[in-house]
Ligand binder design. Structure first.
Ligand SMILES: *[C@@H]1O[C@H](CO)[C@@H](O)[C@H](O)[C@H]1NC(C)=O
Ligand SMILES: *[C@@H]1O[C@H](CO)[C@@H](O)[C@H](O)[C@H]1NC(C)=O
Ligand SMILES: *[C@@H]1O[C@H](CO)[C@@H](O)[C@H](O)[C@H]1NC(C)=O
Ligand SMILES: *[C@@H]1O[C@H](CO)[C@@H](O)[C@H](O)[C@H]1NC(C)=O
Ligand SMILES: *[C@@H]1O[C@H](CO)[C@@H](O)[C@H](O)[C@H]1NC(C)=O
Length: 478
C-alpha cells in the first residue's frame, strides 16, 4: 500500500511539474534538409540524451511528430511559406489545425506549444511575395486553434527575420528601434492580433550574419566576451550585437504599444564551416558567451530575465540552399551524423561538457572515391567536378573553409568523394568517365574531412516496437 502511495505521489509531482510550468532551458531547431538523414528515433534519442526539451520544426511531418509522441518535448510545428496562401481559406486552416495539431493533442501525445506560421516571410529577398498572406494566415490558424479548443495552450506565431525592425541611421541605438517603414502598418496589426491571443513574437537573431554582411563590423561585437567599443544608449552600454538587436525589437514593440509582449528567439547560432568566420573556434566563442548568459537569466538591458531561445541548429544540413552563403550547410551543434562538434555549456551541469552523440549510427563502408592521377583524358574534368558539386556538398572547398588548403588533385578527390558518399557508394558513382578510382585509405588531411556518409535510415526504427510491447506488458502485469 505504502509503495503505491509513494508511486502515486511521485507520479503526481512529475505530472504537475510537467503540466503546470513552461519548460525552461534550451530549444533547438530541427531542420531536415540533409541528403542522408539519421533515423527519426535516433534524433529524438539525441535530444533526450542531451536534456533538450524544446524543438522547433519547419513543417509538421507526420513521422517526425510520431517520433516525438510521448516524449513530452515541447514542439513548435511549422507551416512553410509556400503553404501560407492555402491558409487564407479558413476551412483549410481548420483542416490543417485538425490534421497537424489537434490529432496529437491527447494525454501522451505530442506536446505542441506553438505553430510557426511561415518562416521569415518578410525577408527582403522574397520581394514581398508572402506579405499579403502572412497576417490572414496567422489569424486563421489562431482562430482555428481557438475554435478547436486548444488555443489556450497552443499559440500561433510568425518567426521573423530581424530586418523587420531597425534603428534610423541617424540614431542607430536600440532605444530608437521601430518596425521597418514599408511594413510598419502590417507589423502593428500582426502584433496587435498576437497580443489579443497571448501569443509571443518570434524573431531570429544572427550576430554571424551581421559580421558576414558587413566587412566593417567590429568582430568582438558579434561575441559576448567584451573587447568591443560599447554602444552607449541612454546610459546603457551595449557590448554585443545580440543584446542591441533584441532591445531594438523591444523598443519597436514598445513604440507600437506592446512593450510587454513576450519574445521568443526562434533561431540563434553560429556556423562552423563555409566562411572565413564560420569555424569551430568562433562557434565555441559565441556559445560560450550566449549559453551561460541564457542560463543565468541575465536577459538584456531592456528585458532582464529568461529568454526563450531555440538554437540553430541541431544537425548540419548538406542539402540546404547556399544562396545566403556556403555556411548555410554548417549550422549544426552536431555534425551530419549526430556527433558533437565542440563542447558546450549546459545549464544542468553548470559547465562546458561534450554533448552526447547520436547512438548506433550506421555508416557506409570505409571506402572513398578519389581522383585517378593516371587518367589520360582530362578534357571532361571540369564538367565532372561541376556535376559532383551540383548534386553533393562541396562547400568545404571554398575560401576560408575547412578544405580550402587542398591541392588541385585533392580538390578533385573531395568533389568525387562527396558525390560518391551522397550516392550511397554506388559503384557507378565513382567513375566520372574514368577520372576516378576507389580507395580504402582514409584520404582526409589535416583539417579537411573526407567523410563517410551515414547509411540509409528506415528499417531500424522497427526494432523499438518489440521493446515497447514488453514495456506495455510489464506495466499491465505489475
Ligand atoms: C526578387 O527580386 C530580385 C531582383 O529583382 C530577383 O533577382 C529575385 O529573384 C527575386 N526573388 C524572388 C523570390 O522573387
Ligand atoms: C498585395 O496586395 C496589394 C494590395 O491589394 C497588391 O497591390 C499587391 O500586388 C499584393 N502583393 C502580392 C505579392 O500579391
Ligand atoms: C579548389 O577548389 C576551390 C573551390 O572550387 C577553389 O576555390 C580553389 O582555388 C581550388 N584549389 C586548387 C588548388 O585548385
Ligand atoms: C579519417 O581521418 C580523419 C582524421 O584525419 C578522422 O577524423 C576520421 O574519423 C577518419 N575517418 C574514418 C572513417 O576513419
Ligand atoms: C573532422 O572530423 C573529426 C572527427 O572525426 C572532428 O574532430 C573534426 O572537428 C572534423 N573537422 C571538421 C573541420 O569538421
Amino acid at each position: 500500500m505504502e509503495k503505491e502511495w509513494l508511486l502515486f505521489v511521485s507520479w503526481l509531482i512529475i505530472w504537475v511539474s510537467l503540466h503546470t510550468y513552461d519548460v525552461q532551458g534550451l530549444g533547438v531547431n530541427w531542420g531536415t534538409q540533409a541528403n542522408h538523414k539519421l533515423p527519426l528515433s535516433t534524433v529524438v534519442q539525441l535530444l533526450k540524451n542531451n536534456g533538450i526539451q524544446k524543438v522547433k520544426l519547419f513543417d509538421s511531418d507526420e513521422s517526425t511528430l510520431s517520433a516525438l509522441t510521448g516524449t513530452n518535448i515541447e514542439v513548435m510545428v511549422g507551416i512553410p511559406n509556400g503553404q501560407l496562401a492555402a491558409m487564407l481559406n479558413y476551412n483549410q486552416a481548420l483542416k490543417w489545425v485538425r490534421r497537424n495539431v489537434v490529432r496529437y493533442n491527447f494525454n501522451g501525445g505530442v506536446n505542441i506549444k506553438y505553430v510557426a506560421v511561415g518562416n521569415e516571410p518578410f525577408l527582403k529577398a522574397y520581394n514581398g511575395t508572402f506579405e499579403n498572406a502572412t497576417l490572414p494566415a496567422l489569424e486563421n490558424i489562431q482562430n482555428a486553434l481557438n475554435e478547436a479548443g486548444v488555443g489556450n495552450k497552443i499559440k500561433a506565431t510568425v518567426p521573423l527575420n530581424a530586418d523587420v525592425y531597425e534603428s534610423p541611421a541617424s540614431n542607430p541605438v536600440p532605444s530608437a528601434g521601430r518596425f521597418r517603414p514599408d511594413i510598419a502598418g502590417l507589423m502593428t496589426q500582426m502584433v496587435q492580433f498576437m497580443s489579443q491571443n497571448n501569443a509571443p513574437f518570434t524573431v531570429n537573431i544572427y550576430p554571424f550574419l551581421s559580421l558576414y554582411a558587413n566587412p566593417d563590423f567590429p568582430v568582438n561585437y558579434a561575441f559576448f566576451d567584451g573587447g568591443a567599443t560599447p554602444l552607449v544608449d541612454n546610459g546603457v552600454q551595449y557590448t554585443n550585437v545580440f543584446d542591441a538587436n533584441y532591445d531594438t525589437l523591444v523598443s519597436a514593440l514598445n513604440a507600437a504599444g506592446y512593450g510587454t509582449m513576450p519574445i521568443i528567439v526562434g533561431e540563434v547560432g553560429w556556423p562552423t564551416d563555409g566562411d572565413i568566420n564560420a569555424n569551430i573556434n568562433n562557434a565555441v566563442r559565441f556559445y560560450r558567451g550566449l549559453l551561460p548568459k541564457l542560463a543565468a537569466n541575465t536577459g538584456t538591458p531592456l528585458r532582464p530575465g529568461y529568454i526563450e531561445m531555440y538554437l540553430f541548429g541541431l544537425l548540419d544540413e548538406d542539402a540546404k540552399s547556399v544562396q545566403p552563403g556556403s555556411f548555410e550547410r554548417h549550422w549544426g551543434i552536431f555534425r551530419y551524423d549526430g556527433q558533437p562538434k565542440f563542447p558546450m555549456y549546459l545549464a544542468s551541469e553548470n559547465r562546458e561538457i561534450t554533448l552526447v552523440g547520436a547512438q548506433n549510427v550506421q555508416y557506409l563502408e570505409n571506402e572513398w572515391c578519389e581522383f585517378n592521377p593516371n587518367a589520360r583524358d582530362l578534357s571532361k574534368l571540369g564538367d565532372n567536378i561541376n556535376f559532383a558539386c551540383t548534386y553533393a556538398d562541396c562547400t568545404p572547398l571554398g575560401y576560408g573553409s575547412s578544405c580550402h588548403g587542398l591541392d588541385a588533385n585533392g580538390n578533385i578527390s573531395y568533389a568525387f568523394n562527396v558525390y560518391y558518399q551522397t550516392q550511397y557508394q554506388k559503384l557507378e558513382a565513382c567513375n566520372f568517365g574514368g577520372l576516378a578510382k576507389l580507395t580504402t585509405q582514409n584520404i582526409s588531411t589535416g583539417n579537411c574531412n573526407f567523410t563517410i556518409q551515414i547509411a540509409s535510415s528506415g528499417l531500424r526504427t522497427a526494432a523499438s516496437v518489440p521493446f515497447l510491447l514488453i514495456v506495455v506488458l510489464i506495466f499491465l502485469f505489475f
